[in-house]
Design a protein around this ligand. Sequence first.
Ligand code: SF4
Length: 466
Amino acid sequence: MFLSVFDVFKIGVGPSSSHTMGPMTAANRFLDLILSDEWPRPAGAHVTALKASLHGSLAYTGIGHGTGNAVIIGLMGEAPDKVDPDRMDEIIAEVERTGRVTPPGHPGYNFKPKDDLVYDKKTPLPGHANAMRLTALDRDGRVLLTQVYFSIGGGFVVTETELLAMQKNKKAASTQKVPYPFASAKEMLAMAASSGLSIAQMKRANEEAVMDRATLDAGLDRIWDAMSGCIDRGLKQDGRLPGGLNVRRRARSIHDKLQEEWRSNRQNPLLANDWLSVYAMAVNEENAAGGRVVTSPTNGAAGVVPATVRYYLHFHPEADQEGVRDYLLTAAAIGGIIKHNASISGAEVGCQGEVGSASAMAAAGLAAVMGGSPEQIENAAEIALEHHLGMTCDPIAGLVQVPCIERNALGAVKAVTAASLAMKGDGEHFVPLDACIETMRQTGNDMNEKYKETSLGGLAVNVVEC
Ligand code: SF4
């Protein structure tokens, strides 16, 4: 099994990898399909109009997550990693005004969001909770082409056929030949023992099977730059987050207080926790505002990994750029194992799969740069994940704000604690990471749908919106 570090960490836009980036990517894929020869085009038929319908969790929480807007932007040919977040409102306004989408290389199609974009809560599509259907029609309203896409978490999008292939044979998810194809933590530890390499070195060797070292390092640096830029932007913003909940941004004011404390050498026994929390909150406030973020492994959980990297740079005097690269490679190795054997999608397994996975990845990355052995790193990931087991996904009003923003802060704190605990041991521990991941998968399967990104239970129904 091989999942590239650049599939785990993808630069995109907020607020949700599954509900914003995935649908935008699905729209991009549908545009490519329209131009391709992969469908039986009746002689003389021309696509003149498009329609989209959102199903399951995409329909229930799509408005709060900006799913409809993501589809519109995707149908305008904009991709999550390229679109300028500051131009998105303008693009949507243009489509609403003209009733047309005009992606580059296409003739332009009729698409009136009010009529042609449907939030269909009554018809879940079998296969996955995050489903959408895109349809192309000719001028007589005849359906020429229709395709269902599933947004399976972390910005990944698959068709029905691809999903079936993945479910039938998980290995179909990646056919890439790599020197260390570990699909579980047990295999990872065995390969580390037999090769004498660290987890980061094995992951690097796998990545370098498909790209040269300079490209890999430049890509890793770009990922960290994007994460770091997101923290910095988040720390400068004030005001209320969009969406109607009227949630106040807090990262800036907390940061101001921490800086003041730092300058005046005032004692703060929770200093590291406070800095970790403010970094994570800065990222997740940016995410909630639809800003530029990096999936880590999802948008909803995007604050944990950057916060712990920034904490490492801030509080560990030996920290350097090479350390950040090793951190990201190690974290991606753990994220890949979790995704392969369970899920990183809140709609599939609840928040244990999002913030829980992010915390496990961050704990592993931090243990790695603290000089941990592969066993200590696996232990760190396991501690962090174990203590997120059972955590539900219940965002109020379907917005990735409450509980998500603070939850990332706490996920980062747990990650650092888990890494520290693991570094105090020798790597021997009671619950293997694989058992913890399998427990998360089973718990997610048993979890009531109300708690899987539908906003039909939990905090989402017990807190009165103002
Ligand atoms: S509660 Fe967790 S899984 Fe659900 S949207 Fe928020 S961060 Fe994502």
